[in-house]
Write a protein that binds this ligand. Structure first.
Ligand code: SF4
Ligand code: SF4
Length: 469
């Protein structure tokens, strides 16, 4: 009996809060949140949205500040251009990103989901706010839903879905601007959709996807689609900071009743407000759940209740499960400091990689299969292939200069290498040395590499010669 009850109590582990027993989706009408965390999250969200929408318009030295042109494999991140040749940095960045996400989540839980994730920000801070503005709070929304189609419902639904579609169109255009650049997008707009039907259809498809996600799919993105959400089970443990309910303080829960002795009850008055405000429809009092996006709405709701009944706030709060069970105040643990230090080191290394990246990558290798050649009776030469990769926005002129008095540099073809932006320039050079000046059969010869007249590096070209008697 006890076991059966325990199993029944844990039904939330085996079923989704927004799906009924027949597998039909239950629409969630979350109560409008309010409180300190909601205000802080709103400020963060507005700042992030402002940056995102303004991003394509921001330029640095005439080029976009951010560009992710996957079609032409051209990327600009904070004004730094990256080309396909920078794949190594991308690989390091990807690895850093993965390690960062894992370590960050192990220590700080799903803070990202609640405060920074674009899905949460757009859903809770833009589309949901429009919904509250048009349809009213949760009770009015439920009433409207149950209402037969009449003038009011048609008017509200039309207005809401028109605004949702327009916003989705703006978001799609913003993403497109990040891919092709705002100048290119402006040109497409000037030409009109008929002149670029393919692009326009793609834009409409993306608009449709965004509209579907924010108007209908909503919390299901976090619950069943997002891989980050699905991985929470393996990343979180009892030491991770999460939005959690203090069951030690709150249980046994029970309604306030002035006529009865309730002194044996915990602080939770079972008002259900923390459930009512939850955008994923869960009860945080059941413990950490996959559906919880750490949006903090339940913290605000419960703090408000605690204030009203004159009990300490933070019955629901950011804390670790261990902290709640042991009744310890959360403090920065050694593990949190160690993991956070690793994160800082990783980010610093990546920043150093990016900042110290050469504008021109220059490579010199001996021509494949060659050793040395005799030039007449008194000279020996070696052949090399050179390659320059221009990682800047402007064309660069690369010049090579011999820096060893004994030797002569012969460029086969053009003396100067012109490297167009983001492209390679290749060539072949020959180093010629009089036989009388060759003292060993293996040594290096310095060759200066100059870009627009400024020396950027020195090649130490390995020279091979026959063994001299
Ligand atoms: S809001 Fe607080 S008091 Fe009310 S049910 Fe939730 S945990 Fe209990
Ligand atoms: S349980 Fe609380 S923090 Fe988690 S999603 Fe629901 S309201 Fe947000």
């Amino acid at each position: 009996m006890e076991a059966a009850k325990a199993l029944d109590d844990k039904h939330y582990r085996d079923s989704l809060s927004n799906v009924n027993k027949k597998g039909k989706r239950l629409w969630i009408f979350p109560k409008k949140p309010s409180g300190g965390y909601y205000k802080a999250r709103s400020i963060v969200a507005w700042v992030l949205m402002a940056l995102m929408f303004a991003g394509p318009f921001l330029k640095w030295h005439g080029h976009p500040l951010m560009l992710f042109n996957v079609l032409e494999r051209k990327f600009i991140i904070f004004g730094f251009p990256f080309w396909p040749q920078d794949f190594a940095i991308f690989a390091v960045a990807m690895l850093t990103g993965i390690v960062f996400v894992v370590l960050f989540t192990v220590v700080w839980g799903r803070v990202f989901c609640g405060w920074v994730c674009p899905q949460t920000i757009f859903m809770e801070m833009l589309f949901r706010k429009i919904e509250y503005w048009i349809d009213g709070d949760w009770k009015q929304q439920q009433k409207l839903e149950a209402m037969p189609w009449n003038g009011e419902k048609i008017r509200k639904r039309s207005l809401k879905h028109t605004l949702f579609f327009l916003l989705s169109f703006v978001i799609s255009n913003t993403f497109l601007a990040y891919i092709i650049g705002i100048d290119e997008l402006s040109l497409l707009m000037k030409d009109g959709p008929l002149a670029h039907m393919g692009t326009f259809i793609s834009l409409l498809i993306f608009t449709g996807v965004f509209y579907f996600v924010f108007a209908f799919f909503r919390e299901l993105v976090c619950i069943i689609v997002c891989p980050y959400g699905r991985l929470q089970g393996v990343m979180l443990d009892k030491k991770s900071v999460v939005v959690t309910y203090d069951h030690v303080r709150g249980e046994p829960r029970g309604k306030m009743n002035k006529k009865e002795d309730t002194s044996h009850l915990g602080d939770c008055i079972d008002c259900n407000l923390c459930v009512n405000v939850c955008p994923t429809g869960i009860d945080i009092r059941n413990g950490i759940q996959l559906e919880c996006i750490n949006c903090t709405a339940c913290i605000d709701a419960c703090d408000d209740v605690m204030t009203k009944i004159n009990r300490p706030k933070s019955l629901i709060r950011y804390d670790t499960v261990e902290g709640v069970e042991k009744g310890q105040k959360w403090k920065l643990s050694g593990r949190a400091i160690a993991y956070s230090s690793v994160l800082v080191i990783l980010v610093s290394v990546l920043t150093f990689f990016i900042a110290s990246r050469d504008d021109i990558e220059a490579v010199l290798v001996r021509t494949y299969g060659s050793t040395y050649q005799f030039q007449g009776d008194d000279k020996i030469s070696n052949l090399y292939n050179v390659e320059f990769i221009n990682k800047t926005f402007s064309e660069k002129q690369v010049t090579l200069k011999m820096e060893d008095d004994r030797a002569e540099l012969v460029v086969i073809g053009d003396k100067d290498f012109l490297a167009p932006p983001g492209e390679q320039s290749k060539g072949t050079i020959m180093v010629v040395i009089p036989t009388s000046k060759v003292k060993s059969n293996r040594f290096t010869v310095p060759i200066g590499v100059y870009v627009d007249g400024e020396k950027i590096k020195t090649f130490e070209a390995g020279f091979v010669a026959p063994i001299m008697n």
